[in-house]
Design a protein around this ligand. Structure first.
Ligand code: PAF
Length: 283
């Protein structure tokens, strides 16, 4: 695995490789604290026979809560080993200066319309604007043919697809969405799980149990009744609910009730102790 800190060195390396051979470049952008979920993205890129590039950059502009940014785990040594073991080809670990050389405001801002006003957009003002800024910059640096993203961040996947459209890059970069990886008990893997103590890990299982309950209830009851059941389940488990929502899986437009003509998605966000978790299920 080759490791680059400087964007110019990364670009030189990729350009040279491109001159030597036809390249299919697969890109996995991350903020580190890597887990099996990230590894499934690397694996997906390897399966497609891509030259695999992984970036680790904790992007300040996407944290609406400065405390969350400060507490974001930094596990670079372990992450580097994990990527080596996974046979990742290139690791890019830029600093803030590399990504935002002229400051945060000098980078083009993209707008994502209603996606910024619902669910994660509503709960975390400015978050997707920050995601748009960093992903646009990373895409310009890496120029991948394939971009691998996790289904766990369903709304982020739609935002990034919208970004690629606005950049007119649909012919250049295709997005591959990889299913959520869960632990044995169903908890969706997330870098934030590192901050859950044992009790909280048990309480957090109520998120996936709720998603499963709604999936099982979709043909026998209304969404509102299923939602009420899950609100009670989450409260019993000391989870502070931010939203339990049903939406059209393609557009993420909220649905008031199950619509079996559509591919649907259930989305949950809740705080378990001090940790904010999200999860979703396609139903
Ligand atoms: O999902 C993440 O880890 C981040 O939002 C991303 C896509 C790497 C952008 O910083």
């Amino acid at each position: 695995m080759v490791i680059f800190k400087k964007a110019a060195d990364l670009q030189d390396f990729i350009t040279n490789k491109r001159n030597e051979q036809q390249l299919k470049l697969g890109f996995i952008p991350t903020m580190g604290a890597l887990h099996e979920g990230h590894l499934s993205l690397i694996e997906a890129a390897k399966k497609q026979e891509c030259l695999t590039v992984c970036s680790i950059f904790v992007n300040p502009t996407q944290f609406n809560d400065p405390e969350d940014f400060k507490k974001y785990p930094n596990t670079l040594t372990a992450d580097t080993k994990t990527l080596l073991d996974a046979q990742c080809d290139i690791l890019f670990i830029p600093d803030v200066q590399e990504i935002y050389p002229n400051g945060f405001d000098a980078v083009k801002t993209y707008a994502f319309g209603y996606l910024e006003t619902i669910f994660e957009g509503a709960q975390r003002p400015g978050h997707f604007e920050g995601v748009g800024k960093v992903v646009a910059r990373l895409l310009e640096l890496v120029q991948p043919q394939l971009l691998f993203l996790g289904q766990k961040d369903a709304q982020q996947c739609l935002v990034i697809k919208a970004l690629i459209k606005q950049m007119h890059w649909e012919q250049k970069t295709s997005v591959i969405i990889v299913p959520t990886i869960r632990n044995k008990q169903g908890l969706a893997l997330s870098s934030r799980n590192l901050r859950l103590n044992e009790t909280e890990q048990q309480q957090a299982l109520a998120l996936y149990q709720s998603l499963q309950f709604i999936n099982a209830a979709k043909t026998t009851t209304t969404f509102v009744l299923a939602q009420q059941h899950c609100e009670a389940l989450l409260r019993q488990n000391h989870c502070k609910i931010e939203y339990i929502a049903l939406a059209d899986a393609e557009t993420l437009k909220p649905l008031a009730d199950f619509d079996h003509q559509k591919d649907m998605i259930v989305l949950i966000a809740a705080r378990v102790g001090a940790v904010r978790l999200i999860d979703n299920l396609l139903i």
